[in-house]
Design a protein around this ligand. Structure first.
Ligand code: COA
Ligand code: AMP
Length: 633
């Protein structure tokens, strides 16, 4: 890195914060607007800031039609690579635009218009991306629910979003397993109070399903009968999607994203953070159900005119730890983005990197990791094996794009292991103590972002302005509370260490232990319980439950463990990875009855534990230590 490059990066940061209207107004000119904005930053109703108010733009137009109109319709837009079905399909921008326009016609035919909600519950097939883009085309608001969630979680989201229509598929494929989606969908609709009028079901040849007469329609038939429709003239501030994420209770938060700010931020990030030019290839190994999939499988690469690889497989086992490298070589991938957990899995099966060295990786030039803390050994292994930049970057469902990253497209800064580098231009990140005072460099505190947040970040929660303010903007007035704790060093490098709430990251899937406690407490034999996240070599963290049984219950511990695990699987989903429940006689508490979860976590992770002076019965903590030891932790 030259001093010039570092200076350019600092200058961009200073400009983005000092003159946000100039900075983002300029970035917005790269896109096609049907009406220019009246205000770049609309600060008339703080803390509800809006970007590009008065402007009109459709994100689907910018992701698809714009490239066709510019003469690039023949370029590949999407590659579907599915080792679990043996299929590889390529869609050009023209082809994808036509398919999305026709699907939008089918959706409109079912009575869906601008502002109506559509839930998408689909596996990693190209039709899932088409479904998102088709909703955007119509100005309808999509809400994708990850396939690994159980019917109950789907029902909660249906009740909050109140969709007119649900788009789904007959099955998902997880490695060698076929997961029938339809029974989950039917159970969720049965449970939900807000019934959708219709479901459009994509039948997969691997496992079909029955349709409910009058309610369900066959995807292929509906699309074949539909007329293509053009893009709706949406306002920049119109909602594009709702993406539910774990809150501290069983009720998830509906993060809202708009058309204009999101399109501008993603387009800017594709060039400046990921360093990708139009025509280059991005492979984001995630799922369309997560924010990473929304931003960097679907919208970001397409807005930039890149080729996006949509991969239906795992990092290992489909068929082996060389799966990602096969995709990289076969599709000429320039940038791969995945979660550290995927790399830990690859490293475990291919410690010497034999699959990496099997053949040259072609145009591959950088690996981006996010979704959970990137542990330095995983970073070091990836760097050594690849001999290429490995970029840890930090963001959240709420922010929509990275808060901190080594911005390859601007200047490659030196790496400090354990840090996602510095705040990206547009993000004013601070560390605050509990009283909201700035912490000194190196001092751990709450990571907060000074308002207004840049374009692309959440403007609010779906129909819950109060919850938005209470959850994010109240603890530190004038700041967005990330819920992460960490520090910023003398050089401005950010270190994200842990969450300040009950959120845990299991294989980079964000889950709430509070929500799991609600489920565990519902077991008929459980009197009280606590769920904590325990460090795990592969998944980063896994949940572990501690239960006290009701008086008089004398059942084997393993039966309780099995039933509690099944309950969490049925109510939250298999991705919770809830396998361990320890039966104890009591839970350690303070004298006022607060469960000492932090001390329990410390014991499980074999870290020094400070016993608070307010502990009610120190022997209860000793009992937890014994239970953990006996269970092999
Ligand atoms: N639909 C249905 N079930 C799903 C699912 C989906 N989309 N995704 C996961 N599941 C199920 C799995 O089949 C598994 O079920 P099981 O308990 O019956 O075996 C369970 O949920 C847990 O899955 P997973 O977390 O994937 O664990 P795993 O042990 O099967 O695989 C890894 C371990 C590390 C290979 C895997 O977690 C992985 O690929 N992680 C990367 C995650 C990632 O990319 N996250 C994106 C965020 S950026
Ligand atoms: P999600 O909303 O699912 O993307 O999860 C966001 C949370 O994941 C953040 O609040 C962090 O706790 C964690 N996270 C994401 N990326 C990183 C990273 N690079 N380093 C540390 N933690 C991360």
């Amino acid at each position: 890195m030259t001093d010039d490059a570092a200076a350019r990066f600092d200058a961009l940061c200073a400009r983005a914060l000092g003159d946000p209207e100039g900075f983002w107004g300029e970035a917005a000119r790269d896109l096609v607007w049907t009406r220019p904005w009246d205000r770049v930053l609309d600060a008339r109703r703080p803390p509800f800031y809006r970007w590009f108010s008065g402007g009109r733009i459709n994100i689907c137009y910018n992701a698809l039609d714009r490239h066709v109109a510019a003469g690039r319709g023949g370029q590949t837009a999407l590659v579907y690579d599915s080792p679990v079905t043996g299929r590889i399909e390529r869609y050009t921008y023209r082809d994808l635009t036509e398919r999305v326009a026709r699907l939008a016609g089918a959706i409109r035919h079912l009575g869906v218009g601008p502002g109506d909600r559509v839930v998408i519950y689909m596996p990693m097939v190209p039709e899932a991306a088409m479904a998102m883009l088709a909703c955007a085309r119509l100005g309808a608001v999509h809400s994708v629910v990850f396939g690994g969630f159980a019917a109950n979680e789907l029902a909660t989201r249906i009740d909050d979003a109140k969709p007119k229509l649900i788009l789904s598929a007959s099955c998902g494929i997880e490695g060698a397993k076929r997961i029938p989606y339809k029974p989950l969908l039917d159970a969720a609709i049965e449970r939900a109070a807000a019934k959708p009028a219709h479901c459009l079901v994509f039948q997969r040849p691997e496992l079909g399903c029955d349709l409910v007469p009058g309610r369900d329609l066959d995807w292929a038939e509906a699309v074949a009968a539909a007329e293509p429709v053009p893009c709706a003239d949406t306002a920049a501030t119109d909602p594009l999607y709702i993406l539910y994420t774990s809150g501290t209770t069983g009720v998830p938060k509906g993060v809202v994203r708009d058309h204009g700010g999101y399109a501008v931020a993603l387009h800017w990030s594709m060039g400046n953070i990921f360093g990708l030019a139009p025509g280059e290839t991005m492979f984001t190994a995630s799922d369309v159900g997560w924010v990473v999939g929304h931003s960097y499988i679907v919208y970001g690469p397409l807005i930039r005119g890149c080729i996006s690889v949509l991969y239906e497989g795992k990092p290992i086992g489909t068929p082996d730890a060389g799966a990602f490298w096969r995709v990289v070589r076969e599709h000429g991938v320039h940038v791969l983005f995945t979660a550290p957990t995927a790399f830990r899995a690859i490293r475990r099966e291919d410690p010497d990197g034999a699959f990496i060295r099997k053949a040259p990786l072609g145009a591959f030039r950088a690996l981006f990791l996010a979704g959970e803390r990137c542990d330095p050994p995983t970073l070091a292994w990836a760097e050594t094996q690849l001999g290429l930049p490995v970029i840890d970057h930090w963001w959240q469902t709420e922010t929509g794009w990275p808060i901190a990253a080594n911005c390859l497209g601007i200047a490659r800064l030196p790496v400090k292991p354990g840090s996602p580098t510095k705040a990206v231009p547009g993000w004013d990140v601070r560390v605050l103590d509990e009283a909201g005072q700035p912490a000194k460099p190196g001092e751990i505190g709450n990571l907060a972002v000074r308002l207004p947040l840049p374009p692309g970040a959440l403007p609010t929660l779906w129909q819950a302005d109060d919850r938005y303010v209470a959850s994010y903007l109240t603890a530190f007035p004038g700041y967005y509370q990330t819920g992460d704790a960490g520090f910023i060093d003398e050089d401005g490098y950010i270190f994200v260490m842990t969450r300040t709430d009950d959120i845990i990251n299991v294989a980079a899937h964000r889950l709430s232990t509070g929500a799991m406690e609600e489920v565990v407490a519902a077991h008929p034999d459980v009197a009280e319980c606590a769920v904590i996240g325990v460090a795990d070599e592969l998944k980063g963290q896994v949940p572990v439950g501690f239960v006290v049984l009701k008086a008089g219950v004398a059942r084997p511990d393993d039966a309780i463990e099995r039933e509690v695990g099944q309950l969490v699987r049925d109510r939250i989903g298999p991705i919770a990875g809830f396998k361990r429940t320890l039966v104890v006689n009591r839970l350690p508490k303070t004298r006022s009855g607060k469960i000492l979860r932090q001390a329990m976590r410390g014991l499980a992770d074999r870290k020094p534990v400070t016993v608070p002076p307010t502990i009610d019965d120190p022997a209860a903590l000793d009992e937890i230590a014994d239970a953990l030891k006996e269970a092999g932790f």
